[in-house]
Design a protein around this ligand. Sequence first.
Ligand code: ADP
Ligand code: MG
Length: 697
Amino acid sequence: MADADAADRRRKTASRPAAGAASARLSAPQQAMRRLGLVRDVDLALHLPLRYEDETRIEDIAALREGRTVQVEGVVSDCRIETRSRRQLLVRLHDGSGELLLRFLHFYPSQQKQMAPGQRLRVRGEVRGGFLGREMVHPAIRIVAEGAPLPQTLTPVYPTTATLPQAYLRKAVHAALARAPLAELLPAALVPEGLPSLREALAFLHQPPPGAPLSMLEDRSHPAWQRLKWEELLAQQLSQLQARAERARLQAPPLPAREGGVGTALRATLPFALTGAQQRVVAEIGADLAKAQPMHRLLQGDVGSGKTVVAASAAATAIDAGWQCALMAPTEILAEQHFRKLVDWLQPLGLTVAWLSGSRKGRRREQMLAQVASGEAALVVGTHAVIQHDVVFARLALAIVDEQHRFGVAQRLALRHKLDEQALEPHLLMMSATPIPRTLAMSYFADLAVSTIDELPPGRTPVLTKVFADTRRGEVIARIRDAVREGRQVYWVCPLVEESEHLDLQNATATHAELSAALPGARVGLLHGRLPAAEKAEEMDAFTQGRTQLLVATTVIEVGVDVPNASLMVIEHAERFGLAQLHQLRGRVGRGATASACVLLYTPPLSPTGKARLRAMAETGDGFEIARRDLEIRGPGEFMGARQSGDALLRFADLQADEPLLQHARAAAPRLLAEHPAAARAQVERWLAGRSEFMKA
Ligand code: ADP
Ligand code: MG
């Protein structure tokens, strides 16, 4: 997950042109605000607190109870550095009712001067019962004059980053809130009953009065929150309806199915019959392709459910109609796996499949480009290289994007624009192995058709999943030894180390050495992101063909690798992976006839979410159930955002918990669009300015 999140952040940063030239003149906090997307006053007004601190009240020291976080005010009677178990600064504070000890384990010499005896302090922290009586460890302190006024509202705590101080952000939000154009856009009849106006809601959420119901603010059930979430959902629905209307005006080449062509030949030569679910989705896609409007469809199916052959079948339909198809995958390894499979299937039928990747350069690349431009290549498979500007298609009619959430908006748009000369759009098929529950998808995506493969090919053996503490590493290695002796193959996946590729590599290299030493009879390969493409391909080949028995790899193998003889997967530091990622990785085994196993090694202690994830993995192998648990553990905002859509679509609403609001917004959006088109546009602009392109990709 760390990798996906980091990539998302990079992409966001990169796609924000404002962060470029002007940034030299911006202060560090201003730059940080830009990076967080806080550019317009409205953006700041919509940047909502994570929680609140109550500084509106001062409590008597004598009345303090342990475990509560409170504010007190008093005068320093003593301030000294003492060395007990360690050096620390101890400050005694009196307020007339009693004495409180403030303890600082980390401090600057200047703080001792600041808190000199006689100084009046307002401090806020958790009360603890210490050895020397009641105390606060590292409270927030402020020097105040006697009778200094108390804030009239709760103090908001905003999501922020290290270079953007809370106090700076508070001021910026406060100022922006006063300036932001927040006039009511929507006719009252369309707003759910009993909710405050947007301006009232925001004023309340940024500065709740003392005594505001904190629990309703925290769980976001307060009417002010409801208003915000509804507004957000409405903007999303509107923007999708707009995109759908725009798409309906676009023309795509109709690709009617044809009997007796490549599609028929492909199905006849496949070594297996399509499952019922595959047949169904092939038909759904076929119906879209036959139309003169561009398809916009998500094909979702669990890892190993057989999406590639469905993609091949769609490609065959395009080819049979006399057009070209492009298939783009996020990594070179994944793209290459597709390429090999498609070559296997389609080359014998007399078709040319071209390969484009970042590592293919020079004359070979020129050759490929010529084949694509002349139309000789019926199908083009590759990575981002497929959308580079010098790639010109003769007649592109279908673009297929695998693991679509890994691509940015700009990339998907670029792929679609590969056919713009004829004022036609290609059909777009997106594939994902991270399923979202079907009903959720259907009600949320107003502009995306969803096809679901809900059945695995026959003969798959369920993967037995075991969760072990790393202390049992020795046992696991013994198990690998047995597997290798029986002629089976094994993956060992090393985790990301704090988003540092360099450390990943060190880590994987060390593990490779450790396992090579522990398994003298086995040939152990090493695959990581830093290897040049040719060596990656070589390592993959060696494993695919059984020349290496154990493959130590970083998450480069996460998607798409298909080696049926591999029947054991060990994931080290499994607690560092997201649930979807673990499921993807596990999907690399259980592809052959032998019973497969997946061992999740973790290093204690486990966090509660870490524990929940590993438990979910051990308890179920079903991708939809995993997706459901993921939603439960993480909340759908994040789920939809990072994994499914390449960008956080929903910041506030929670599709599951806010289902009634979603239904309301879904019903209100078409009415607003029809009856108040200007208001609808303004609503989308307010919420999604600069992001609505995304909705169309
Ligand atoms: P994914 O949906 O994860 O992309 P793949 O398309 O890679 O899955 O398919 C996984 C494996 O299952 C491949 O080896 C593929 O050839 C095989 N396969 C696909 N469909 C069927 C089927 N109907 N019967 C048997 N094997 C199948
Ligand atoms: Mg796949």
